[in-house]
Design a protein around this ligand. Structure first.
Ligand SMILES: [Fe+2]
Length: 378
C-alpha cells in the first residue's frame, strides 16, 4: 500500500502547457470516419449487431484511435478529439458514428437500470441527490467521480446556453497531495466504503456493495470514487454501518483536494468533440448548466463506457463491482435490469474481436449481498 504509482499524473499547469492530449482530427481521418459511417448505414444493422468490420476505419482513422489509446493509457489519462464530423448528420447517424468508433476501441458496457449501452447525457428531469439519482440525466452540478468502466467517452452534439463546464483532476495527483498533508486519511480511503446501486441493480446483484476507493495492483494505482452513491447507501439502508467521523473527514479532504485550482483542469466541450477519460486515474465533474429554450438546441452529449484490452489490472477487491479485475477482460458497467440475449451476444462477439476474456457470467454470485460477504459464506 502507498507505494509510488507507476501511472502518470498531472496538475492543471501540465495540461495547459502541454496540449498533446488535444487531438484535432486530420482531414484524412475525417474522411475515413465519413466513409466508415456511409458503409455502416448501408448495412442497416442495429448497433448491437454491428462488428468492427461493419464500420471499416482505414489507416488514418486507425492512427487517430491509436493516439487516443496512448493518451488515455500511457499519457495523462485524457484525450480530447476535436472535429468529429457530426455536422449535417441526423441524430441516429451520429449515434452510429460514435458507436462505430467505440467498436474499434473496446467493448461497450451497459450504463444503468435500462441496461443501455449508449446514454444520452442531457437534462431530462432526473434528481441527482435522490436515492435513485444519477448525474447524466440532470442539469445539476456534479461531484468529482469516476464512471464504471475503463474508459468513458463523451461525444458533444450540442452545448448548453450557459454552464456545463467539464472538470477533470488526476486522482493520482490528488492522492499524492493528500499523502503530503494527511497520510492518515489516505489510509482510510484504501479501506472499503459501502456504495448504493441507486436502485439499478441487476436481479442477481445486491442493492449495495463495498469496495475501497484507492487500490493498487501490479504497481498501478487506481481510484474509484462516487460519493453520491456512498451517500445513497447511508440514506437508503439502515443496516449499512454509518460512516465514521474519520471516513467523512477523509471523503471531504479528498473532494476538496480534487477541486483545488492547481490540480483541476476546466474545459468546455464543443459540438464535434469527444472527451475520452481513463476512469482509473482521472476523476471528472461538471458544473450545472442552463439550457436553451428550444428543445432542439438543448445540451446533448452521447456517452459510451468501454472495456478496453489495453487497460490496467484493477485491485482484486474491486471485482465485487467490476465483476472482473484482470486485464484483457470485459468488465465494469451497470448491468441493470434489461440485459437481453442480443446484448449478451454483442458482448461475446466484441470480446472475441478484441481478444478479451468474458468472465462476467461465470459467477452470478459476484455482487452478492454484503451480509453474506461479511460472514464469508458463498
Ligand atoms: Fe460521469
Amino acid at each position: 500500500m502507498n507505494s509510488v504509482s507507476s501511472a502518470p499524473f498531472w496538475r492543471r499547469n501540465d495540461l495547459e502547457t502541454d496540449r498533446s492530449w488535444i487531438q484535432p482530427l486530420e482531414q484524412a481521418a475525417v474522411d475515413d470516419l465519413r466513409r466508415a459511417l456511409e458503409h455502416a448505414l448501408t448495412t442497416r444493422k442495429p448497433l448491437l449487431q454491428m462488428s468492427k468490420s461493419d464500420f471499416p476505419i482505414r489507416e488514418d482513422g486507425q492512427r487517430a484511435l491509436s493516439k487516443v489509446l496512448a493518451a488515455t493509457q500511457g499519457g495523462y489519462g485524457i484525450a480530447l478529439v476535436r472535429g468529429v464530423p457530426i455536422a449535417g448528420l441526423a441524430e441516429d447517424e451520429a449515434r452510429v458514428l460514435f458507436w462505430g468508433i467505440g467498436l474499434h476501441l473496446g467493448v461497450a458496457r451497459p450504463q444503468g437500470k435500462n441496461s443501455q449501452f449508449m446514454s444520452d447525457v442531457r437534462a431530462e428531469g432526473g434528481e441527482y441527490r435522490s436515492p435513485t439519482g444519477r448525474g447524466y440525466n440532470t442539469n445539476a452540478s456534479l461531484d468529482f467521480h469516476s464512471d464504471a468502466a475503463d474508459i468513458v467517452a463523451l461525444l458533444c452534439l450540442r452545448d448548453a446556453k450557459t454552464g456545463g463546464e467539464s472538470l477533470v483532476t488526476s486522482s493520482i495527483a490528488a492522492r499524492n497531495e493528500m499523502m503530503q498533508a494527511r497520510p492518515d486519511l489516505v489510509e482510510v480511503l484504501y479501506r472499503p466504503f459501502v456504495y448504493s446501486r441507486q436502485g439499478e441493480q441487476a436481479p442477481e446483484e445486491a442493492p449495495y456493495f463495498e469496495m475501497p476507493i484507492f487500490g493498487e495492483r501490479n504497481g498501478h494505482f487506481a481510484c474509484r470514487h462516487v460519493r453520491n452513491h456512498i451517500n445513497g447507501a447511508q440514506a437508503s439502508f439502515s443496516e449499512v454501518p454509518r460512516l465514521t467521523p474519520t471516513q467523512t473527514q477523509a471523503l471531504e479532504f479528498f473532494d476538496a483536494t480534487l477541486a483545488r485550482d492547481d490540480l483541476c483542469f476546466r474545459m468546455y466541450l464543443q459540438p464535434g468533440d469527444i472527451q475520452f477519460l481513463n476512469n482509473h486515474v482521472v476523476l471528472h465533474s461538471r458544473t450545472g448548466f442552463e439550457d436553451h429554450e428550444e428543445p432542439e438546441r438543448r445540451r446533448h452529449l452521447l456517452r459510451l463506457w468501454l472495456a478496453i484490452p489495453q487497460a490496467q489490472a484493477l485491485p482484486e477487491s474491486w471485482s465485487v463491482f467490476f465483476k472482473d479485475s484482470e486485464p484483457f477482460a470485459v468488465r465494469g458497467g451497470h448491468r441493470g435490469q434489461q440485459i437481453s440475449p442480443e446484448m449478451e451476444a454483442y458482448e461475446q462477439r466484441l470480446a472475441r474481436e478484441h481478444g478479451m476474456a468474458l468472465r462476467i457470467y461465470e459467477d452470478r454470485q459476484v455482487g452478492r449481498p454484503l451480509r453474506q460477504e461479511a460472514t464469508g459464506s458463498a
